[in-house]
Ligand binder design. Structure first.
Ligand code: SAM
Length: 332
């Protein structure tokens, strides 16, 4: 396992902790308070996300699994490179990806799989289970713990083709301009003919979306509150979750789900780890995540703006989700 941050585990943890403190200070000092959603995923948060992905209401993981099961052979046929390096950004527990890897191996491809994730525990679990399950010989796995914004510099040039995987609608967490900038950076790390397989959650009945982000068991609420608990655990904060409520509305104008933690009272919260306290008015929110929903035409524009050619689009049977296969265009 390679730590994405510097050489020793301690230095890596120290740097990540400094960055967390800096981002909390910056985000909570803003007029409109925000916290980056990547901090949901400590060990407990990743376990909660695994529970979310099994909920009936949270269709995203299920339908993308259906797509990868149904079209794995076709993806293998289109990509057809040996050896192939698969780099996955924000791999999580990689259960869906495991199914794709099997289809690629059955098509006689030789794979190096490089999952990158900010959460070390989930990567240890993923790489361990793949090493146990996958046949030796044509398969190697090398996990990298780190922020995928830093990942490009961590990847050495590949011997054969590279295919980047960005699944689970992770791209939905980017603001539109950030999405273009990020995908351009992905494109710059590839050579013409390399691939990107990217998952988009599509626009649909807002009632379906609302159920997915407001599940009946309250696992998503717990997942969101874990961010405040994490500030308490790691930075000595005194957030009292009973004084906040989780709200996840659909913003029709922007085409995105939003996650907020809303203060129920006027209060002051102290965070010794950043040396400050923060005042909240009653009804004031912390914006913790957005999940943009796409229309097919927006996806085509995004691919072109980032320097890719759309080679195939794989939908589930209800057309709720699409995994789009893009090829790095020449001359970008
Ligand atoms: C919504 S989950 C998706 C997991 C998996 N790809 C799936 O489709 O089920 C997002 C994953 O991305 C990781 N992640 C979020 N932001 C990240 C970042 N900036 N750098 C690296 N990993 C990140 C999280 O730890 C988490 O495992």
């Amino acid at each position: 396992m390679i730590a994405g941050y510097p050489t020793t585990a301690q230095a890596a943890n120290g740097k990540a902790a400094d960055r967390f403190a800096r981002d909390v200070l910056t985000g909570l000092s803003r007029h409109l308070k925000t916290l980056p959603s990547m901090y949901f995923y400590d060990e407990y948060g990743s376990r909660l996300f695994q529970q979310i992905s099994e909920l009936d209401e949270y269709y995203l993981t299920r339908v993308e699994g259906e797509i990868l099961d149904g079209y794995g052979d076709e993806i293998a046929r289109l990509v057809r490179a040996r050896p192939l390096r698969l780099v996955e950004f924000g791999a999580g527990d990689g259960r869906k990806t495991g199914r794709l890897l099997r289809s690629l191996l059955e098509a006689d491809l030789e794979l190096e799989y490089v999952p990158i994730d900010i959460c070390e525990s989930v990567l240890v679990e993923l790489t361990g289970s793949l090493r146990r399950q996958m046949p030796d010989g044509d398969f190697r796995v090398r996990g990298i713990v780190g922020d995928y914004f830093d990942a490009f510099s961590l990847l050495d040039p590949a011997a054969g083709r590279t295919m980047v995987l960005f699944l689970g609608s992770n791209i939905g967490n980017f603001e539109p301009r950030g999405a273009v900038a990020f995908l351009r950076a992905v494109r710059r790390s590839l050579v013409p003919g390399d691939w990107l397989l990217i998952g988009f959650d599509l626009k649909k009945d807002p009632a379906v979306l609302s159920r997915a982000y407001n599940d009946a068991q309250g696992v998503t609420r717990e997942f969101n509150f874990n961010l405040l608990e994490r500030i308490n655990r790691e930075l000595g904060g005194d957030f009292n979750r009973r004084r906040f409520r989780h709200e996840a509305p659909y913003n029709i104008a922007l085409g995105r789900m939003e996650s907020w933690l809303v203060s129920l009272v006027a209060q002051r919260v102290c965070v010794p780890g950043v040396g400050r306290s923060f005042a909240f008015a009653r009804g004031e929110g912390i914006h913790v995540e957005c999940s943009y929903k796409y229309a097919p035409a927006q996806i085509a524009r995004l691919a072109a703006a980032a320097g890719f050619l759309v080679r195939a689009s794989f939908f589930d049977r209800r057309r709720w989700f699409v995994d789009s296969l893009w090829e790095a265009a020449p001359g970008t």
